[in-house]
Write a protein that binds this ligand. Structure first.
Ligand code: FES
Length: 309
């Protein structure tokens, strides 16, 4: 287990500030949490500070994160020193985390540790060329392929002192390396390949009386493909016939525009309504001849004297 202490003062920077992009990113993370719960963003902010500061978290970064989140610096310090994902010391370009827990120890982690000490130096120190540094950590969850190390974000498994030395040399000189198992295992099967579940009958359904399910599935897929092809052909035929029919039918002549009543046009008057002609009757038609009017009035008035016959 590594000791979790801040780096010595002489390597600590005087100050730390997020750059503009990371400051914006940090503000977005903080905004995800409800008012009063901003401290929940402490892990992402520490991680971003580590990314920005060459892979390790200096004291000034811890203080800056505390200031941004309104936390006591000691609270952030507790978190940074608890989680081994935060490096408290400067690291090399290739930072090696060596698993020293029991399964890896039983499979030769001690010899891998010796290589680290010989090639790089004491743990938590960076090699003179700045390329390598190492730290012993607890189980990294790849015990089946022990012993193993994590280098930056990749796992390297099934290590031996020889292949590990070669790996470090390749990394140091920028040569391509192979991640995962260093002896060609594709998963976590036993060395030399799997020893159980090798009977092919276990996978074709015969053991549970399901018959040859592979043949059945192949048949079903073939039938489905044929049906889809037949449907597509029928649809294409129908489209073709429709197009031919449309071509054979003569186009209907359209009505002249003048015969078409516009929607806003006033409609003709109904028979009961006075026509404009009636309204236009000259005033003389309403004039009465004074003579005939007088005679009419006389014949209508019973008191009027009757002419003598
Ligand atoms: S013990 Fe080493 S990966 Fe689990």
């Amino acid at each position: 287990m590594s000791v979790r202490r801040l780096a010595p003062d002489h390597v600590q920077p005087a100050s730390f500030a997020f750059d503009v992009a990371n400051e914006n990113w940090a503000d977005q993370q903080i905004a995800k949490y409800p008012e009063g719960r901003q401290a929940s963003a402490v892990i992402p902010l520490l991680w971003k500070a580590q990314e920005q500061h060459d892979g390790w978290v200096p004291r000034a970064a811890i203080e800056e994160v505390a200031r941004k989140l309104g936390m006591a610096p000691m609270r952030v310090m507790e978190i940074a020193t608890f989680y081994t994902m935060f490096n408290l010391q400067p690291v090399g370009e290739h930072f090696i985390q060596l698993c020293g827990t029991t399964p890896c120890a039983l499979r030769g982690a001690e010899a891998i540790r010796k290589v680290c000490e010989d090639v790089i130096g004491p743990q938590s120190t960076v090699s003179a060329d700045g390329k390598l540094s190492w730290l012993e950590v607890e189980c990294l969850g790849a015990c089946c392929n022990a012993p193993m190390v994590q280098i930056n974000f990749d796992y390297y498994e099934d290590l031996t002192p020889e292949n590990f030395k070669t790996l470090l040399d390749d990394l140091r000189h920028g040569r391509p390396v192979k991640t995962g198992s260093q002896i060609g295992r594709s998963g976590s099967e036993p060395l030399g390949g799997g020893e159980t579940l090798k009977d092919a009958a276990l996978y074709d359904g015969t053991v549970i009386g399901a018959g040859d399910w592979k043949a059945r599935v192949t048949e079903q897929r073939k039938a489905a493909a044929e049906a889809a092809a037949a449907k597509a052909a029928a649809e294409a035929e129908a489209k073709k016939a429709e197009a031919a029919k449309a071509e054979a039918t003569p186009a209907t002549p359209s009505k002249p525009a003048t015969e078409t009543a516009s929607p806003g046009r006033p409609q003709p008057s109904s028979p009961g309504q006075p026509t404009s002609a009636a309204n236009d009757t000259p005033a003389t038609q309403g004039k009465v001849d004074p003579k005939s009017a007088g005679e009419a009035a006389k014949s209508a008035d019973p008191a009027a004297p009757k002419p003598v016959k």
